[in-house]
Design a protein around this ligand. Structure first.
Ligand code: HEM
Ligand code: HEM
Length: 235
């Protein structure tokens, strides 16, 4: 019996074969494109500007978190204190000095990272698009330990979501920080957050989400050591 093609009912065997041949060629082409896109050994995965801004950012964020925790201890928002051993600055005034010094590093470096990410097209290539379906399937695969990290030049959907999320949290923490730093001069901004007290809570929860990201991020970096090496040497 001659098989009927489900796409074009009534077409003959020749047409069906042509359809299969065309499909096989597409699969082959996609496969080849993937191989071409994969980095050959020695190819740069992370350009120098990315590595420099990434590590400056890591230092600035750690200083901002540790000094922020000391500031928090002076007037806690919740019924707990951070242990002195993990805070920076020694007391409120010392911590504020650290916080405002690292603030410049964080903001200038962050603007350079975001500017270069947009101008070079890296964000578009590496972080977009994010599809809900991909996030769900990649998260499922990650939980089963079946998510491949073979090609470091391509981020999976969970990585894309987390990286874009932490960039967004970085913007929120800067804006809410400015709102509580200069609540009179920037009263429109402070009002946008619902006032000084609300902006403080926003600032706190942005910090908490960055800390949450960092825990997963650092654990993953050490579980996949070649990704850490690539973030240092570029390849
Ligand atoms: C432009 C950036 C920033 C500015 C202008 C800023 C400003 C401030 C100010 C003025 C305070 C004191 C709030 C108060 O009086 O209660 C504060 C607290 C704090 N900041 Fe920042 N900050 C910035 C970025 C960051 C970053 C990047 C982090 C951490 C990732 C951070 C974490 C904290 C924490 C944990 C507190 C204590 C929370 C509280 O009790 O209010 N800040 N920040
Ligand atoms: C302090 C320890 C840190 C370590 C060991 C670390 C490690 C790494 C590694 C290995 C990668 C490459 C990931 C891959 O190829 O799969 C990476 C990328 C990235 N990290 Fe970190 N990181 C640290 C801190 C931070 C901090 C504090 C932030 C932000 C708050 C951050 C944000 C990012 C982002 C956004 C990327 C993607 C960069 C891009 O491709 O544009 N990292 N990190």
């Amino acid at each position: 019996m001659e098989p009927k093609c489900p796409v074009t009912p009534g077409s003959g065997r020749g047409k069906l074969r042509a359809l299969h041949r065309e499909k096989a060629m597409t699969v082959e082409a996609t496969h080849e494109t993937r191989i071409a896109a994969a980095p050959s050994t020695g190819e740069t995965i992370h350009p120098l500007w990315l590595r420099v801004t990434h590590w400056i950012n890591a230092i600035a964020v750690l200083v901002m978190i540790a000094s922020g925790w000391e500031i928090y201890n002076a007037a806690p928002l919740f019924p707990f204190h951070y242990p002195r051993a993990i805070t920076l600055g020694g007391w409120l005034a010392g911590a504020l000095l650290w916080h405002f010094a690292a603030m410049w590093l964080f903001v200038v470096n962050g603007l350079a990272y975001i500017g270069l990410g947009i101008v070079t097209g890296r964000f578009r290539r590496k972080l977009l698009p994010i599809r809900a379906g991909d996030v769900i399937s990649d998260a499922g695969a990650a939980l089963k330990g079946k998510l491949s990290h073979a090609d470091l030049s391509v981020y999976n959907a969970v990585q894309k979501l987390l990286y874009l999320g932490v960039i967004l949290a970085g913007m929120v923490i800067v804006l809410s920080g400015m709102a509580i730093w200069k609540p009179i001069q920037m009263q429109e901004l402070t009002a946008l957050f619902g006032g000084y007290d609300a902006a403080r809570y926003v600032h706190f929860f942005a910090m908490a989400s960055i800390v949450g990201f960092l825990v997963i991020h650092i654990v993953m970096a050490f579980l996949v050591p070649k990704s850490l090496r690539a973030m240092i040497t570029g390849r």
